[in-house]
Every structure is written in structure tokens, then in C-alpha cells.
Design a protein around this ligand. Sequence first.
Ligand code: B3K
Ligand code: ZN
Length: 896
Amino acid sequence: PAAIQRQDYAPPAYWIDAVQLTFDLDPAKTRVLSKMQVRRNPQVAPQPLRLDGEELNLARVQVNGAGTSFKMEDGQLVLENLPGGHEPFELEIFTTCQPIKNTQLSGLYVSEGTFFTQCEAQGFRRITYFLDRPDVMATYSVLLRADKAAYPVLLSNGNLVESGELDDGRHFARWVDPHKKPSYLFALVAGKLVAREQKIKSRAGTEHLLQVWVRAGDLGKTEHAMNSLMASIAWDEARFNLPLDLERFMIVATSDFNMGAMENKGLNVFNTKYVLASQATATDVDFANIESVVGHEYFHNWTGNRVTCRDWFQLSLKEGLTVFRDQEFSMDMAGSPSARAVKRIEDVRVLRTVQFPEDAGPMAHPVRPDSYVEINNFYTVTIYEKGAEVVRMQHNLVGREGFARGMKLYFERHDGQAVTCDDFAAAMADANPGSELSRRLEHFKRWYSQAGTPRVKAVGQYDAAAQTYTLQLSQSCPATPGQADKQPFVIPVTLGLLGPQGAALPLQLQGEEQPGGTERTVVLHEAQQTLTFTHVAQPPVPSLLRAFSAPVVLECDYSDEDLLLLLAHDSDPFNRWEAGQRLLLRVAIESIAAPAGGTGAGAGFDQRLLPPAIVQALQGVLRHPQLDAAFKELVLSLPSEAYIAEQLDTVDPQRVHAVREALRLELATALQADWEWAFETHQDSGAYRPDPQSAGRRALAGAALSMLCLAAQAQGDSVWPGKAYQRFKSAGNMTDRFNALAALVTSGHELAAPALQRFHALFKGDALVIDKWFALQAATPDRAGDALPAVRALMQHPDFSLKNPNRARSVIFSYCNGNPGGFHRADGAGYAFWAEQVLQLDAINPQVAARLARSLDRWSKLAEPYRGAAREAIARVAGHAALSSDVREVVTRALA
Ligand code: B3K
Ligand code: ZN
């Protein structure tokens, strides 16, 4: 299929103002009757009505109650003989579809005997013929009919207005959604479900009913999701004055879902992974993810649903903004400044390990793309996470109050509309006249149109005689597919200066009468700018891009001493962490480049890669009396293999893996006594609570245990593996239990096997826990080429299924994306496996297959023999005739 261009956007030739849907639900053959009130769009020249449809059986078309002629063209239903004039007419379409055969999980499908829908982006056309585009907004009235015993619960968007019995053991429910919405927000659910319910009162005094619907056995795992929903509602009212606009708000969980969750109006559908949690079955990370995903989908109710996207090129309008909102929500929930910083570090880590590579690879695209073949391929980290950074920069440029004003104006102008990224930025700027954003709006918007990660170079020079410090900032941005030359960006750089003892220096720029604070945000908007600080008594160390004030790569010629100073003293926790990461990254890169032979784990290194000063500094952080455990855990974690690889021009993945493993072992042994101390002193007392502080203590204890097992394994000692096994058996929560299991499995101790067996026996039947069991094994570091055979064996396990996305991800994605040492084999067998699985999955579920297809995005950076073998595997997939457009687009771009 041909690419769709943003430039070709044209408003619809018709409007659909209202739709009445009647469903006779049957897994093998569901009947759908759609009655629509349609009228011509007076702004568009008269033309036929073209309705989207996919895999539908068309039985009848009527206009104003009478049969009409129609034709099919490119899968669309084309109606030419429609009533003239601008009066609305009634269009009635009767179709059938086969939910039970729908393995793509887009449109209407069946999961464990229950009907679900997924309509974003273009699933509604798999339910009925429609103008399936987000700028066509209609009111929906939905009548559901089904067998009562098999489908006792019938749900759709909005309010339940009527329900009752029918003949033959059937029953019905009628739902009316008072809000106009695009078709992608339609949803229905029908099946055997039970709900946790909660009544709440808004600040304005209105009452609402909240429900979390799950399978009967899962009701005990819904408390955290419900609490998260209540917290989200309260937060959006308090922070942005945005109330819940529905009498009833429902969340429904399904175990067959292509992604995390979906914000259908009033009826969010969730992957069970982001709903179900109990201390026995979910980790702290699961608890935190549930809070953030529940928040994310709830916040879409305003940013996405009340104001939606004009077209899919504007996807980041709702996704970038809503990710920004869920990040802020999690930070506000975390409370303390240091817990906020931990969340910020985690978010930046995702951005840098996943989005930066995307932005440097064949699928690079602007936050507002210019073209796509398959829209589902553009639900990316660029649209979501970089999009959130672009919103965050606007927040940085106008301030917290200014941002709130911008949001207020955005809703005043656009409530009920389908709009563009330009409209959002304009509201932000117009609400803040005189701000850097409004003065440089057009220029700032290059963040929406130019792909690629900008690089900012900082060069500092101290002049002792003049007592000045000049900082020269320059920017550039690498070429990306279709964009050879880039214009400078508007980059907010939050900075401070540290004195030689680590004190925060007052900042006074040349021309200023007096110093103003110890931190400020300067705006880099030209290719090069120079800042001169005056009254600087001694050579300072700059702390730049604090809290990661812009999504750029910062290059600065820091000495090790500078970085050690920042690590010990920077008042900005993000940059403290960053200084430690820079030190470790530097050691990793130097070791990778060193001419030592051998690429086996640990081979070729004399075990002393880390300079003593760095080890000491890390020890200082680990033993620090004031720092939070969560922060310590982050500082003591090595940069990921993916992030290290991104810094290199040519990547030998085995070399990267070996160096990182060697560094890990060195940290494990050099700090052995400190890890023991950390483990012993970070034990829980009292009841389990998944709050950031307790979670941080468990994370640090878990990391310590993992390091201790690693050191023990190298030393042939069994004390700590034995302790880990004990903890695995007796842990009172999944976090501690799983960390102990992972410590055994990752270190390769012989107790790993019985622990894995026991874990499976304990949790068989709990799909989400069994997913963890699969994922841990698929990501287990390779020992003499055993990772791939282990993965193949896992796929033969009776619990494995390629059809269930969570399960497929837990094995195949964990191996291809989460096990670089096992995946990048010199014989290319990992890549051949990848090609095989992409093709297998594509026949079942193109969206999931296309995600997997992204694993080899960075193939052209690989050293031989990896590069050639990877290319061959991609070409093998591309050479397959019956490829979905999803996978076709990914592999075509990879080979371009
Ligand atoms: N809006 C959905 C994503 C839909 C993905 C369609 N392939 C979930 C979210 O971002 O909240
Ligand atoms: Zn979203």
C-alpha cells in the first residue's frame, strides 16, 4: 500500500452526526446493524461517500429506508446516488463479522469467551463500514443483544439506559454516550465478568460510579487499580481543574491485548498486566506501572477524548501530552523531591535506551510524522516519550503556572474538537505572551517537524584574571531518513555552576547588576551561543541540562575529577546520577576499544577496568546516610548494553556484552562488603507497601543480592546463593521473591533450576506470573550458546502460546530485545530465529509482529559477521510475499 502523506489531509466530504448500533453477539457470526445520520460537509465539493471497511460481510445498504446502489473500491464502500442538498439523511448498513477468527485483536474479538473491541487506530472499520477517521465525531447509541448465560455482562460507552430479557435465553442492554466521539473511542465488552465498585463525589459534589471489571477469580487483585483510578481523578481536578465528565467510569481487563491499555470513552480496556496486582503476585514495578497506566488512560479523557486528533499525524497531540501528564502524576504521587528525581531518571533512561536509537535508525520520524504506510507502526517511543519531552520543554519555558494557563486556554478553544499539534502549541504560547515560547513559537515547533536527537556541545573556559567563566554552547542534529539538513532547535538548558568544593555558585551573567540564584534556564536557539558568567573566583564545574531539561545528547569535556565532584555534590539529583553514568560509560567505552583479545564473558580483561576513585565514589553513594535507596540503586546500575552500543560507531555486541559483564563482576567483588551491608540493612519490617520509599529499599536489596550471587559464583562460594534460595522460598511479596529468583538464574547457580521449578508450581494458572517466569529465562545471559536452545525449549512448553501477545512477548521479545548477549550470535542463528518468529507472528497478529520486526532496527551499526547475518535475516522477511503492510513497512525501511 502507498504511503499516506500529512500534506494530503482534507476534511471529510460528509459528517456522521449520530449512530445507532445494534449488535447480535455471536462468536462465529456477529450481526451489526448501523443506522447513521449523515449530511454533506458544505465546505467540501460534492463527491461520493466512501466508507472504510475491512473483513466484513455486507448484507444490506439503505438510504432513508430504501435500497440504494453501491460499489466496492479499494475495500471501501462507495455510495454515489445520495440525496442532494445539505439535509441529513439516514444511512443503514447491515453487516456480519467473525469475532472468533479475529486473531489480530483489532476490531471485535473474543478473549477467553468474552467479547472485546479495540478500535484505535483503525479497528472500527472491522466492525462496520464507517468514516473511520478521528475528525468525524458522532453520538453513539448502542444496543447489545446476546445469550444471557454465556454473556451476562453487556457494556459499552456512556450510560446504561435500558436492559432486560429477550426470548431464547437472550438479553439486551442499551448504552447511550452523551459525548460526541471519534470511532476509535468506541468500545463494547460482553461476557462473564465481575466488578469492584466505588462511588465517589467530585469537588463540585457530583456523584460517579467507578468500576473495575475482571474475571471472577481476579477480584482480589483490583484494589490497587481502583485506588489508582481514584487518585487519578483527584489529581486531574486538583492540578488542572479537569473533572470527570461521566456518571460512570469503567475499566475492563483482558489477557489478550496488543498493547497496554485503551482509553475508550468511559470504558477503558486494559491488558490484565496493568490492572491486576497483589503483593504475592505483582512486583513493585508492576504496582507503579498500574498507577501510571491507569492515570494515563484516565487523563486521556480530556487530552485525547474531549479534545481529539484531527488526523493520525497529530497522534502526539494526545499521546505526548498524556504521557507528560502521567509522568507528572507519578511524580506528584511519589512526593519527595528525591522520589520525583528517581521517576525522572527512570523516564529519561527509557528515552535514551529506546527512543534515541529509534531517532537514529531507519524508522526515525518527527514527533508529528509527515507520512506513514501503517499507522499502527507509529505508536512509537518518539510519538509518546519524545512527544512528552516536547511538552515538558514548553512547560519549562512558560513555568508551572504558565502551563496551567495554557491548558485552560487549550480547552476553552478546542473542547469537543479534533485539532492539531499546532493548535496546542498556539494555546500554550498565547496564554503566555512575552514568554520564550511565544517569542520563538515557530522556531520551537521544529521539535514537531524535525526528527533526530540534537547534540549540544558545551565548552567552558575560565579566565582567572577577569574572574569570568565563558560557556560556549553549540548544537547540531544528525541527518535522518528524508531529512538531510536540520535547522537549530530551541533548547532550554537548565544549569548551575559548582565551586571546587562542590558549593553551588551564585550566577551572574555579563551585563547583570547582581547575581540571581544558583540555577537558571538559558535558551539555546542559535547554532552557537556564548554565555559569560562574571565574579567567578575559582574555576567552576558546570552542571548542565539539569533534570534533563531537553531531549538532547550533551557533550562536555569533563575530567574524571569534574564528574566525581558532580556525583558527590551536585544539588540536582538527576545530574548527580548522570555524572556517575558518564564515568561508567567512559570506562565501558575505553574497555571496548582496548586491544584486549577474546570476546567471551570476562575474557581479555585483567579484572581491573574500574579506576579505584570511581569504585570509591560509588561506595560513597551506596553507604551515604542521606540518599534514598532507590536513588542509590540507580547510581550503582551500569548503563545498559543498548545505551552503550548507541555511543559507538560500530558495534560488536559480544564485546559490549563481555565488557559490561566484566564491569558488573568487578563492581560485585570490589564492593562485596558494601553489598552485604546494603542487603542486610534494607530489609522490610511490617506490612508490604508498594510506595516509592519501600520499593526503593527492596530494589536496592535486590540489586545487592544479585551482586552477591554474582561474586559468589565467581569465587565458587555457595553462601549467598543459599541465602538467595532461602529468601526465594520465604519471601512475603513478589518483588523479593522474584529478585531472589533472578539473582540465582542470572548468576547461573545450580539452585536456579529447582527455584524455577518451584516458582512454576507455585504460580501455575496465574498467567501474569507465568509470563515473568518465561521472560526471566528467555533473558538469561548466554553461556556457551545455550540461550537460543533454551528459548526454543520454552516455546515447546505446554504453557506457551504464540497467539497470546503477553506470552509471545515474554519469550520472544525478552530474547530478541532483552538478551543481547544471547541474541547476537556470530553464527547468525539468533537473527534466523527472529525472522522465523516475525513471519509466524505476522500470520496471526501483524501489530505484534511489526513490533518484533523492530528488534533489528540498528543492524547497519553492527560489526561483521553480525551485520551481514542481520541483513540477510531482514531480507528473508522482506522477501516473503504474504507480508502484512505493518511488517512490510518496517523491513522495507530497515533495508532502505
Ligand atoms: N491510545 C492507546 C494506544 C492504541 C494503539 C493502537 N495500535 C493507548 C494509549 O496510548 O493510551
Ligand atoms: Zn495514550
